[in-house]
Ligand binder design. Structure first.
Ligand code: ADP
Length: 482
């Protein structure tokens, strides 16, 4: 297919760069594998220029009152909400998720702008009662400086606002590098910020070579904080390389979320929410259910309810109204799903539903929503992140065994339990080694709440006042007054 369309995707110091036609990357629609547009492939020099610009803009932006910064974020929130439909369509076209989910993501992305618009005026310090009568002790929060933000393709809009809204509210300036698969949502968000009156240089966008842009951020002393969402492997690389300048770092990495369904669960609720967690974004979320542990006494009833619901799910192009599951992002993702399924079946798993690629006359990498039983702990699916629509179900009889199994992983992002007993809800939540626990709830990510993992799922929090704290240094001022 001949394809000429080009989209400006590098934004530095308030100006969009013309695309150098010799140096482009193509963005594809993952449902049809047709090219959507070409974008600029930037590298070290663009990233370095963007960092210098952000550093220059930091002085004025950081000295503005929180109230003034808030106005830009609030305006951006309003503009984003006015465009939910258009932005949702762009998101689905580049990422594949069903339109209803894409629009939901845009609203969620806008919520971060709103919440941090409100929070911008509330970066409080502290006056510490001194043990020495001749001293007064103050703590003042100050923005850390230039932030390098690196974002993934699975939530191309909300992962950006979740990072840059608190950074901007705190008074930081930003160089944003979006995922190569989904730069179009990033471009739209930056355009919204531009229209909202964001001063030149405060937010800069560089698309292109991930390693070069990443290295430019890591090796530049002026970048004081790297905020990243993506794979554990790249996160570890960024953490290691940040050591040279002792940069601050905030990482949201992979997960391997367990769902535990106890014998006192409301099974209708548990089945509906397990399905919602597992198949949202076709299983391509870091907090989605990866392993299901069901109490033996309710296994049959739970599986029956779940299977009935899964049978009704419609796979297809996300732009079609009736679609529940869009395509996987690329061939590599599809191979990973197939590999985990083959491994499970080889080791004795039963396929209760689904179990193969879906061919709906489109070229994209579609896969049937799949439920598996007779699951062993040594299967790949029980140990490595799936990022696809496979749901392995294992049974248990003892609460402590279920907790041990849930904790038996290097990941520690999100875990979920279904129980109608308050004591159990509290007891088990406290024992789960995860940054986030959902009790009868699988959608914990909200603008006002702290989102983040422990163990190898990451460091730092995003969302709520915790999310803004990441971007604020706490300066201690000790004053002798006599
Ligand atoms: P995935 O495998 O899900 O795409 P990645 O961790 O590779 O996850 O990608 C998340 C983000 O990190 C993307 O924006 C990607 O371009 C970026 N990225 C990948 N490798 C590097 C790197 N070496 N340095 C900086 N950013 C990188």
């Amino acid at each position: 297919m001949k394809f000429e369309n080009e989209t400006q995707s590098i934004f530095i110091n308030g100006k969009w760069r013309a695309v150098d036609s010799q140096n482009t990357d193509t963005v594809y629609n993952p449902a049809t594998l047709e090219p959507i547009t070409k974008i600029a492939s930037g590298g070290k020099s663009e990233a370095t220029e963007a960092i210098q610009t952000a550093n220059k803009a930091f002085k004025t932006w950081s000295e503005m009152t929180g109230r003034k910064r808030s106005r830009v974020l609030y305006k951006a929130y309003e503009l984003m909400l006015e465009e939910v439909n258009r932005l949702g369509e762009i998101l689905t076209t580049e990422q594949g998720k069903p339109l209803k989910e894409a629009k939901g993501e845009i609203k969620g992305a806008a919520n971060f702008l709103l919440w941090y618009a409100e929070e911008a005026s509330r970066a409080y310090g502290e006056w510490i009662p001194s043990s020495v009568s001749s001293k007064r002790l103050l703590v003042i929060p100050q923005p850390v400086g230039v932030v390098g933000a690196i974002t993934p393709w699975n939530f191309p809009a909300s992962m950006i606002t979740r990072k840059i809204a608190p950074a901007l509210a705190a008074g930081c300036t930003v160089v944003l590098k979006p995922a190569p698969e989904t730069p179009l949502s990033a471009i739209e968000i930056v355009k919204i910020l531009e229209r909202a009156g964001m001063p030149e240089g405060v937010v800069n966008l560089v698309t292109g070579d991930a390693e070069q842009i990443g290295t430019a951020m890591l090796t530049n002393k002026d970048v004081r904080l790297i905020t990243f969402t993506g794979s554990t492997e790249v996160g570890k690389h960024l953490m290691r390389e940040s050591a040279d300048h002792v940069k601050k770092i905030s990482l949201e990495l992979g997960g391997h979320a367990p769902i535990i369904v106890f014998d006192d669960a409301d099974l209708d609720k548990a089945a509906a929410l397990t399905l919602a967690s597992k198949f949202r974004n076709n299983g391509q979320t870091c907090i989605c259910a990866n392993r299901i542990y069901v109490h033996d006494s309710v296994k049959d009833a739970f599986s029956k309810k779940l299977t009935e619901k899964v049978k009704q799910l419609k796979v297809g192009n996300g732009l079609h109204e009736e679609t529940d599951l869009g395509p996987l992002i690329n061939e590599q993702a599809s191979e990973k799903v197939q590999n985990q399924l083959d491994d499970a079946v080889k080791k004795g798993a039963n396929i209760i539903h689904g179990g193969k690629k879906w061919n709906g006359g489109m070229d994209g990498y579609f896969y049937e929503p799949t439920i598996l039983s007779a699951i062993d702990d040594d299967m790949l699916i029980m140990n490595e992140e799936t990022f696809g629509p496979l749901m392995p179900i294992q049974t248990f009889t003892d609460e402590d065994v279920a907790i041990d199994k849930a904790n038996d992983t290097d990941y520690g992002l999100a875990a979920y339990i279904f129980t109608e007993t308050t004591n159990r809800a509290i007891r088990v939540s406290e024992k789960l080694e995860y940054g986030i626990v959902g009790v009868n709830d699988v959608f914990p990510a909200l603008a006002e709440a702290p989102f983040g993992g422990i163990k190898q799922s990451g460091v730092g929090k995003e969302g709520g006042h915790y999310g803004m704290d990441e971007f604020l240094e706490k300066k201690y001022i000790s004053m002798g007054i006599k």
